[in-house]
Design a protein around this ligand. Structure first.
Ligand code: GDG
Length: 481
């Protein structure tokens, strides 16, 4: 039955399945900014979220979780290998991140990408109420906007790309580039993290299709398509709240004690991904120890590298390289019971993460290229005492928002090293000023505001784009002055 007037379409549903002792399957909501931001809109509009539930084979029946209807899409093991690990993560992902790793193209991957995108579009077309608003997320589903428009021209269609959009000459390498561009142009609104990405996209419509974009708009078959930037953010109030709990505060102290009460803790938290610049960061740290500008145990590094895409070859290679470098640094500079780098290839719960953020004097967010980077924003929000320093890559979208960070060029090792030292040695007063300004910015520019501005631009009336009535007031309170 077609009944949803607001639909989110994403590769993944915001839930994980849990099997209890009796073998019954239940669902647990997976934490994430996107679902937090969209939940009120989904609720207010009898919304549905369409996506993969995380298991191959027959899809579970639609179900409800926390008042949202979830509609699972079926994906086979072969489709995960080709559509997801292949075309999405070994072709598109590296190419869109400035080809920082060689991209791989295989024709069978494209076929699967096309088929899976068709399935998402068909399910969505059957579910949407007349005139419904559909918001499609990310690089795995770039064909869905046009496929959906073809089936349901009555819908209002938005698309948001969470990763960078490359310059014309890189995009042109992509086999099936025309289909992808036309796929995206099926939307009424195509959203990007940064203005430059929107410009790249508009330039591409001119280059590949001979269109004449004007300002943020391009006319496609008598229809106006808008391309614009909507920098994503976090649920700032929620991060502040967790950081403020006794549990997180206590744990932060404990972590520093466990690290041997160093003067400076440098922290990295990343998915183990080659775009995040973990290798270069470690190299910079090693050279700083070699140069004697940092010394163990006065300065130590903690690197959380969350397991990610472990079946994709490039990720296996990266893991080996990172672990070899950590071993090398610890071999040369560690002492018994006092490693130079504490390396954790694990995921942690939000209290542990908040405690780590609070325990860190210097947060190293140094991706080679990143759409936004939420870790940088989470660190700032969790710095309730404003005493830390953020070293941030100019190549992360977040650098456009967090202007008071210590900005570095991660391609320039000298600049990266100097950035770490400057951040570590900056005065408490300087750190506090910077951190306060960034926290103030994030309280105002949180994920609800992001969702609201996208949906308003898509033409959803303010009333139905009702937002988190709970969080914003806290946002402007306290700190501001
Ligand atoms: C894509 C774009 C864009 C990490 N380790 C743990 C953990 N995390 C959480 C972080 C953060 C998230 O994972 C990572 O978000 P990022 O933004 O840093 O990076 P991507 O996964 O690459 O996301 C990116 C984003 O989409 C949103 O548009 O910013 O540019 O690449 O939230 O906290 N969370 C927990 N334990 C961990 O160990 N609980």
């Amino acid at each position: 039955m077609s009944n949803a007037s607001f639909i989110v379409v994403a590769n993944r549903l915001p839930v994980d399945s849990v099997v209890d002792d009796e073998g019954n399957r239940t669902w647990r909501r997976s934490p994430g900014g996107l679902v937090t931001a969209l939940e009120p809109v989904l609720r207010a509009n009898q919304g549905t979220w369409i996506g993969w539930a995380g298991q191959t084979g027959a899809a579970p029946e639609p179900f409800e979780a926390d008042g949202i209807t979830l509609l699972p899409i079926e994906l086979s093991a072969d489709e995960i290998a080709r559509y997801y690990e292949g075309f999405s993560n070994a072709s598109i992902w590296p190419l869109y991140h400035d080809a920082v790793q060689p991209r791989v193209f295989r024709r069978s991957w494209w076929k699967s990408y096309y088929e899976v995108n068709t399935r998402f579009a068909e399910v969505c077309a059957a579910e949407a109420a007349p005139g419904a608003v559909v918001w499609i997320q990310d690089y795995q589903l770039q064909l869905v906007p046009a496929m959906l428009r073809e089936r349901r021209p009555d819908l209002r269609i938005g698309f948001f790309l969470h990763i960078p959009f490359p310059p014309v000459e890189l995009f042109m390498q992509l086999p099936h580039r025309m289909e992808i561009l036309k796929g995206l142009l099926g939307a009424d609104l195509v959203g990007f993290q940064r203005p430059l990405a929107a410009q790249n996209f508009l330039a591409l419509t001119r280059h590949l299709l001979g269109y004449r974009p004007r300002g943020h708009y391009v006319t496609v078959d008598d229809r106006l398509v808008r391309a614009d930037a909507f920098p994503i953010s976090i649920d700032t109030a929620a991060y502040e709240e967790v950081a403020n709990t006794e549990r997180a505060r206590h744990r932060a102290k404990e972590i520093r004690a466990e690290l041997g009460e160093p003067d400076t803790v440098i922290l990295g938290v990343d998915r183990l991904d080659y775009t995040k610049g973990i290798e270069t960061r470690l190299k910079a740290f090693r050279e700083l120890l070699e140069d004697g500008r940092f010394r163990v145990p006065k300065t130590v590094m903690v690197q959380v590298a969350t397991p990610s895409r472990e079946r994709v070859e490039q990720y296996r290679v990266l893991r080996d390289k990172v672990e070899r470098e950590v071993g090398r640094i610890n071999g040369e500079f560690g002492q018994v019971g006092l490693p130079a780098v504490h390396y954790l290839h694990q995921s942690f719960d939000r209290y542990e993460l908040a405690a780590l953020y609070q325990a860190a004097d210097v947060m190293a967010v140094t991706p080679i290229r990143d759409g936004m980077n939420l870790v940088a924003k989470e660190y700032v929000a969790s710095q309730i005492e404003n005493h830390g320093a953020l070293v941030l890559s100019e190549f992360a979208g977040a650098a456009g928002d967090l202007r008071q960070a210590f900005l570095v060029n991660p391609h320039d090792l000298t600049d990266l090293k100097d950035g770490f030292v400057t951040a570590a040695e900056s005065s408490p007063d300087d750190k506090m000023k910077r951190m306060r300004a960034m926290r103030r910015y994030l309280r105002k520019h949180d994920v609800s505001r992001w969702a609201r501005s996208f949906l308003t631009a898509l033409g959803v009336p303010e009333r139905s784009a009702a937002y988190n009535p709970g969080s914003p007031p806290a946002a402007d309170a306290a700190e501001g002055t």
